[in-house]
Design a protein around this ligand. Structure first.
Ligand SMILES: [Zn+2]
Length: 147
């Protein structure tokens, strides 16, 4: 919260100017944490770093401060995406492994009814595992969520 020395009220950091007197301008250092969080949320939502940077500059930050925030927050977002990606990659790998096992079982038991179901199961689980596997791999390698 920010305090206006004129009105003696506290107001939220999303206000740049005291909402009562509309003359007291909040100090930048009081708002910087709020702005950094806002930037992180925007990056998390897939906003372009350049757009987020110009939003911060519009809020009164120098472009150096803005790009510093972008760099640190983007790294944080990337780390989060990456750990989610690992989770997906492992899940996808497990499904693909299961498909592989079914396929091998089918090869061993073919020709038989059991082999037919094994191949069918391998095909279905293989198709189900490819997407999480490739999306997870993409996130792990790039630190980004594929849109
Ligand atoms: Zn005021």
């Amino acid at each position: 919260m920010i305090e206006c020395p004129g009105c003696k009220i506290s107001f939220n950091a999303r206000h740049r100017i005291c909402p009562r007197c509309k003359s007291y301008q909040a100090k930048l250092e009081d708002r910087i944490e709020y702005l950094a969080d806002k930037a992180e949320m925007a990056l998390d939502g897939g906003a372009k770093p350049a757009d987020v940077e110009s939003m911060l500059v519009e809020e009164g930050l120098s472009s150096l401060q803005a790009s510093e925030i972008i760099i640190t927050r983007a790294r944080k977002v990337a780390r989060r995406e990456r750990s989610y990606g690992v989770f997906r990659l492992l899940g996808g790998s497990a499904i693909l492994l299961f498909a592989g096992v079914l396929f091998v079982f089918g090869m061993i038991t073919t020709p038989s009814r059991a082999a037919y179901y094994a191949f069918l199961g391998a095909l279905l689980s293989g198709a189900a595992g490819v997407k999480p596997f490739s999306l997870g791999l993409y996130s792990v390698m790039t630190g980004r969520e594929k849109q």
